[in-house]
Design a binder for this molecule. Structure first.
Ligand SMILES: NC(=O)c1ccc[n+]([C@@H]2O[C@H](COP(=O)([O-])OP(=O)(O)OC[C@H]3O[C@@H](n4cnc5c(N)ncnc54)[C@H](OP(=O)(O)O)[C@@H]3O)[C@@H](O)[C@H]2O)c1
Length: 241
């Protein structure tokens, strides 16, 4: 029997790599409310333990630098079986004009966000439920040309291409990606809105997205068994560039 119609979140175990802050944390909190068990993982264990303490008994924390392949292998052997893997890793790489971006900082960003997600998908396969899914994060820079976003664009484009191939190769495990547009990092994110205006972005919604709006896109892709190879954009209708 196929599992369409069965809740893909309630009672499921979801790993969120990068889930200690931002969109990933917002998603973790929503999933707990929907009855999932959540594991958040990233490099800063102290930060994760603080957020997990607020989320209650259905949340736990692991330390993981996803750019370290051996650490990813060890993480899966420690964490055991699960239903969904979500990655919301944001690299430390600073946005900069192409001629001011050093190849090594760009490579560092690839190591965290592209190779991190690649290693996670590659090494999770013995532990993931066959009814489960892998949910990557890309970003709107993959689809638009913005000054200062060359490395980000290349990483996000690579993730979206990987999504399509893995959806075919890893079935019945589903593989999807959320592509966020410009999302608030805090409630008072005025500087970020100014940055968006300076980039020349034209956003019909006329505001940044909220973390909750982005998190809802992840929940849709976790729940909907007829999505795979999907790139779901949440960008307020950003049409420019
Ligand atoms: N916010 C936006 O406007 C926007 C727009 C487009 C795309 N996105 C994408 O959406 C995702 C979430 O964005 P966000 O703004 O919510 O992110 P964020 O909160 O700034 O960062 C998410 C997490 O990434 C973790 N991280 C960084 N390097 C890591 C590594 N090597 N291994 C494991 N974890 C690592 C960090 O935790 P530690 O420091 O503890 O490792 C951090 O908690 C990212 O992929 C981002 O690129 C966001």
């Amino acid at each position: 029997m196929h599992s369409a119609g069965i809740d893909q979140v309630k009672g499921k175990r979801v790993l969120i790599i990068g889930g200690g802050t931002g969109i990933g944390l917002c998603l973790a909190e929503k999933l707990i409310k929907l009855g999932a068990t959540v594991v958040v993982a990233s490099r800063d264990l102290e930060k994760l333990q603080l957020v997990v303490a607020k989320m209650g008994a259905n949340a736990s924390a692991y330390q993981l630098d996803a750019s370290d392949e051996q650490a990813v292998i060890q993480f899966f052997s420690a964490v055991g079986e699960f239903d969904h893997l979500v990655a919301t890793i944001r690299p430390d790489h600073l946005t900069a004009p192409f001629n001011k971006t050093t190849p090594s900082s760009s490579r560092g960003a690839f190591d965290a966000k592209f190779w991190g997600q690649y290693y996670l998908a590659h090494h999770c396969l013995n532990n993931i439920s066959k009814n489960g899914s892998i949910l990557f994060t890309s970003g709107i820079a993959a689809a638009r040309g913005y000054r200062g976003f060359s490395s980000t664009a290349a990483i996000n484009g690579a993730i979206e291409s990987l999504t399509k191939s893995l959806a075919v190769e890893l079935a019945p495990v589903r593989v999807n990606t959320v592509s966020p547009g410009f999302i608030e990092r805090s409630a008072e994110d005025i500087e970020r809105w100014d940055m968006v205006q300076n980039l020349g972005a034209r956003i019909p919604a006329e505001r940044l997205g909220t973390q909750a709006e982005a998190a809802e896109a992840y929940i849709y892709l976790l729940q909907n068994r007829y999505t795979t190879g999907t790139i779901l954009t949440v960008d307020g209708g950003e049409l420019s560039a």
